[in-house]
Design a binder for this molecule. Structure first.
Ligand SMILES: [Zn+2]
Length: 514
């Protein structure tokens, strides 16, 4: 009897690593199968982007998205809550409608900038543009003429074709000519603006002088795509006009015609609005005080629906959490998904979380953040942590080749000082990593633009990222070892010859948009 017992004991000990490897393979295979056969990504994207819409901080749509995410987690049996970290100037976009009335009729592609004031119903008026004057005195003398008019303040681009299109079809000569014209046009316009004697306060000066509204055009260097940021006016609308229509108005004025437009903007000021992070959690067992985090900012600009910035990062983390809950419901370490508010105004939600949750930061095993578009992950940096090579590679080793074949790693790398929310954790000395993705022309076509919408999502890549994230989180949670926080020697900064220093934690803006 004793012999048999011993034999069984020996066999159990011998087979334990095998059984563990079997378990590991089963969990991973199950998650991959679920992600591919029963994906929730399309439904999540529809509900978040098409149905709820963009998520500018301070808007009711941001807060309804927080409620949606928490409810979605609860429906999967994952506990989730919205944690208030501050408040922001409340605002609701409403409609923007701008028509050219004279000398011909056309509806213009136009969108009020974020936090723009409304019009008092539809308003019709002539359009003018800032003049080419010698100095501030001349500009101030001209200023009263804007009373009762809409004023154009941005350059009119000489071409709406992006550089790659010129490269493809232009002759060497025509490409050179166009590049020269672009440079000269932009330089001349900068000089025109600088000669007014006003800087960022130009729009405000025009408002003070009685302008009815400001017309802008912030081309993003792709076909039909503009970036939509904040208005700098207080009581009059500031509206972005698409390159094509802006150019039409501009050429009319240049040729001595006076266009008249009719504008209606129905935005609303909503006082102070509470701002939240949505935080979902699966409690750990053996190492409950250590944490593995999934991270993606939840807010967006609102020219589009924030589909790739950062709808795709958001649904990657939500889908990965769903996979983990289904096939790894009793994690060794506590798993937390952080969906941050107001990343766009300076990583506010995540840096508030770092301040408010010192226990989580102290016990952080790893955080994986994704926030640069819809593409498959192609780059992971060790963020300056000395032992990142050993740990990240061990976690990656469990990912099937298909989901990591294009990933380049960079160890120990250097600590990210900004860019996205992992930096809030890195600054606190905690291991935050960025799952950095392939561009798909992110900077030109979707980042902060009016074209950042559902149709730009590459679901196959997003699905790969959800699988990759789920496996990395699982491996980090199961790891026998705790991630050591030793920092690598960061070397010299080549720009000034000084030793590179670790970034310092930032103070979140908890009362923003004033
Ligand atoms: Zn982003």
């Amino acid at each position: 009897m004793k012999r048999i017992f011993t034999l069984i004991t020996v066999l159990t000990i011998m087979l334990a690593p095998f059984a563990q490897a079997q378990d590991q393979k089963t969990v991973i295979d199950n998650m991959i199968k679920e992600a591919n056969d029963n994906s929730m990504l399309e439904k999540l994207a529809y509900e978040l982007l098409d149905k709820n819409g963009p998520r500018l901080v301070g808007t009711p749509q941001m807060n309804s998205a927080n409620d949606w995410a928490a409810a979605k987690y609860e429906s999967w049996g994952i506990s989730a809550k919205n944690e208030q970290w501050g408040e922001w100037r409340g605002w609701e976009r409403g409609i923007t409608h701008v028509d050219l009335i004279e000398p011909r009729v056309k509806t213009l592609e136009a969108m009020a900038l974020a936090w723009s004031a409304a019009t008092d119903g539809p308003v019709s008026a002539k359009v003018t543009m800032i003049p080419d004057v010698a100095d501030k005195a001349a500009f101030d003398a001209w200023l009263p003429s804007v009373k009762g008019k809409f004023v154009m303040v941005d350059v009119a681009q000489p071409t709406g074709r992006p550089g790659y299109n010129w490269e493809k079809f232009g002759t060497e000569e025509s490409i050179e000519n166009m590049q020269k014209l672009q440079r000269e046009t932009i330089t001349a316009w900068r000089k025109r603006v600088s000669n007014t004697g006003y800087g960022r306060d130009l729009d405000q000066a025009l408002e003070d002088a009685g302008a009815l509204g400001i017309l802008k055009s912030n081309w993003s260097r792709g076909f039909g795509v503009n970036k939509i940021f904040s208005a700098r006016t207080k009581g009059i609308p500031a509206v972005d006009i698409g390159l094509e229509d802006y150019g039409t108005l501009f050429r009319m004025i240049e040729h001595g015609d006076t266009p008249t437009i009719r504008m209606e903007v129905t935005s609303k000021e909503l006082g102070q609005m509470p701002t939240y992070n949505t935080v979902a959690e699966m409690k750990g067992g053996e190492k409950a005080d250590e944490y593995v985090m999934l991270s993606a900012h939840f807010d967006s600009w609102d020219g589009g629906t924030g589909a790739t910035d950062n709808g795709t990062g958001t649904i990657v983390m939500m889908e990965a959490m769903r996979l983990l809950k289904k096939y790894y419901p009793n994690p060794k370490r506590t798993i937390i998904a952080g969906h941050w508010g107001s990343e766009e105004q300076g990583l506010n939600g995540s840096s508030a979380f770092v301040q408010d949750n010192p226990k989580v930061v102290a016990g952080l095993q790893a955080l994986f953040n994704q926030d640069n578009g819809t593409g498959r992950v192609v780059n992971i940096s060790g963020q300056g942590f000395l032992h990142s090579y050993e740990f990240i590679n061990r976690w990656l080793s469990a990912v099937p080749r298909k989901y990591k074949s294009e990933i380049e790693t960079n160890f120990p790398g250097s600590p990210g000082g900004g860019g996205s929310d992992y930096a809030s954790f890195v600054a606190a000395g905690a291991p935050g990593f960025s799952l950095s993705s392939l561009s798909w022309d992110y900077g030109t076509y979707t980042w902060h633009t009016n074209r950042d919408t559902y149709d730009k999502i590459v679901f196959d890549d997003v699905r790969n990222n959800a699988i990759l994230t789920a496996i990395m989180v699982y491996m980090a949670s199961e790891d026998e070892k705790t991630f050591p926080r030793d920092k690598a020697d960061l070397g010299m900064n080549p720009r000034n010859g000084e030793p590179r220093t670790w970034p310092t934690p930032r103070n979140p803006n908890r009362k923003g948009g004033q």
